[in-house]
Design a protein. Sequence first.
Length: 261
Amino acid sequence: MKKNLLKEKLARGEVVYGVMCMEFASTGIGRISAGAGAQFTVYDMEHTGWSLETIRMLVATARSVDMLPIVRVPVSDYHHIAHVLDVGAAGIVVPLVRNAAHIREALSYAQYPPLGRRGCAFGISHDDYLPGDIVEKMRSANASLLTIAQIETIEGLENCEEIVAVNGVDAIWVGQFDLSTSMGIPGQFDNPILLEALKRVQNACKKHNKPSVLGLMDPDELATGPSKGYNMLVYVADIWIYQQALRNCFQKIQDVNAVKS
């Protein structure tokens, strides 16, 4: 099975960067992203309504290039976690993680025995339809799985250190929209209360030597992530990247022609 080079880079403390896709479910989006330099793509099922069949297509086309397909599942149940991995996702993002028991349960669905209870099927999408020793395939799949836990509620924040400490959690991603809403300050990203919460999570990540994830719409702000302690950067997301590019283009047209007139 393929090595998870992204996971290896994160373990070495390197900075990695990719894009989240929520709108453009095309056969080319993964390859376009890779051609632009993305090292991974997060395909979102939580807020898109994308079906497993759509994810299967997106993951399959992404696996044809040197880029890691990750899927954010809509909920942390067996059906979604095991199935996205079976169709070839190399990693998962688990939203709204409440505590250590919650993420351990999600991991049990993602890992083969003896670590978990993921159902066994081989010679399919996730192992590139190839034959081979199934014990080695299970070992390799468990070792290469990338799992990102999202802290997005007050409960998750209060339990952040125990979540970070769970073996099998590779990185932590604070969902700032959800967390700020949970804290009663929706969208107030500069509020000292939220900034203190982010610092609390980052300190837990540093203590347990786990990477922290930063997802932003502003590329200039995203680029400052490593200086703030983030080493997994997610450009969020295809729909707004496209919209922003159009807005910049049309504004430039208006500005140029306003000067001429």
